[in-house]
Design a protein around this ligand. Structure first.
Ligand code: ADP
Length: 394
């Protein structure tokens, strides 16, 4: 029987899953993937094979329980028959926060989950659903090892100056630090560099993860030395609906002058800001590009501008720059945006090869560009599957 690894990425109202088959005893190959959305409302699940063809679809009836735990249980029950001939040997969970110490994936048991629950105040929007899924999974699959992979773990190599805030040091000691996120994506890119761009593997590289969530990471020798995301997933670049860097004084203003409480401010910063808030049109880059609304163009201008500023800042943290890698939905697909970013980075010695950029090449800078530029698709799920398999194998 083929061994399989199930990867779970649980959000507050949706759960994405992927199944990887173990081939040749050690390589992982995508078998199927899918999602369940509308949790808490009218859930709907869809599974697709590795080639994208639908292999299963399910609509919840009105009288069926639609809470997170029931939906997860039903997902597992519904998914298993689709994995005929596969022996599930591990479940890997994306968990947003591993705290200040955890720098690698861990095997989950009730005690570990309890320790991770203590980190909920650090990531109140993501950690609870990540752990609910992990708990339910342990209950439903007690004989299968469950592994947590953290978005923060990759950044634990950062020096203290990079992960500290200018607050009294007791706050640092109590965990108020810059954690950095999107670690699975950065780790995946770092793992691809030796093969795709060997000259960068031990160089000074900035990776721009530009998806719905967006951040940038400075890496030296494939290790994180600084990142734009901080204590939470709000800092740094503007995102689909998140604000990115904001002067903390703005928050005091919102409280004192507008009388907003933390819930209202949280909604504003996480859900009503970024590309959506600035444009008033959409959180989706493709829709902004097609819009004639001037504010849509303003939002994209701001996005490009902030990438340029963060690139300068991360280059300073690295003491130079050998390569820039663009990844995730926008970074991988939006040639026009990459062109604008590279134009603004000409002062660093970036010279874009416009044809390569338009034609889907991996290396998109000219041979004489002082800084090489790359568009590399990320694969966070595969990274989680790999980690899970490695933890299981000890
Ligand atoms: P998530 O963080 O949810 O995984 P993705 O990495 O899928 O997000 O990125 C979503 C973003 O990528 C959206 O803003 C979407 O508009 C953008 N995107 C996807 N394809 C393209 C494209 N061809 N051109 C421009 N933007 C794109």
């Amino acid at each position: 029987m083929t061994q399989g690894i199930l990867v779970i990425n649980a959000g507050s109202s949706s759960i994405k899953f992927s199944v990887y088959a173990v081939t040749d005893g050690s390589s992982l190959e995508l078998h199927s993937k899918g999602l369940i959305e509308g949790i808490g409302g009218k859930p709907y699940a869809l599974a697709k094979g590795a080639d994208g063809s639908p292999i299963g679809e399910r609509n919840w009836r009105e009288d069926e329980p639609n809470d997170f735990q029931s939906c997860f249980a039903e997902l597992v029950r519904w998914l298993l028959p689709h994995l005929k001939g596969m022996d599930l040997v591990g479940v890997g969970h994306r968990v947003v926060h591993g705290g200040p110490e955890l720098n690698r994936p861990v095997l989950l048991d009730p005690k570990t989950i309890e320790a991770l629950e203590a980190l909920i105040p650090l990531a109140p929007l993501h950690q609870p659903s990540n752990l609910l899924a992990a708990k339910k999974s342990l209950e439903l699959t007690p004989d299968i090892p469950n592994v947590a992979c953290f978005d923060t773990a990759f950044h634990r190599t950062q020096p203290r100056v990079a992960d500290a805030f200018g607050l009294p040091s007791a706050y640092y000691d109590n965990g108020v630090r810059r954690y950095g996120f999107h670690g699975m994506s950065y780790e995946y890119i770092a793992a691809r560099l030796p093969e795709l761009a060997p000259e960068l593997a031990d160089g000074k590289v900035v990776v721009a993860h530009l998806g719905n969530g967006a951040s940038m990471c400075a890496m030296r020798d494939g290790k994180s030395v600084a990142s734009t995301m901080g204590f939470t997933v709000l800092d740094g670049l503007p995102m689909g609906t998140r604000c990115g860097a904001v002067d903390p004084g703005v928050l005091l203003y919102l409280m004192d002058k507008e009388g907003r409480d933390s819930k209202a401010i949280s909604d504003l910063l996480y859900k009503q800001s970024g590309l959506l808030g600035m444009s008033g049109v959409s959180n989706d880059m493709r829709e902004l590009k097609q819009s004639n609304e001037p504010k849509a163009a303003d939002a994209v201008d701001y996005y490009v501008y902030r990438i340029g500023r963060e690139l300068g800042s991360l280059t300073a943290a690295l003491g130079g720059l050998d390569g820039l890698v663009c990844t995730a939905g926008i970074g991988e697909n939006d040639a026009d945006l990459r062109e604008r970013v590279c134009k603004d980075a000409a002062w660093l010695g970036v010279e874009l090869d416009k044809d390569a950029n338009r034609n889907g090449a991996v290396r998109i800078s000219t041979p004489k560009s002082a800084v090489s530029v790359w568009a590399i698709p990320t694969n966070e799920e595969l990274m989680i599957a790999n980690h899970t398999f490695n933890v299981i194998r000890g």
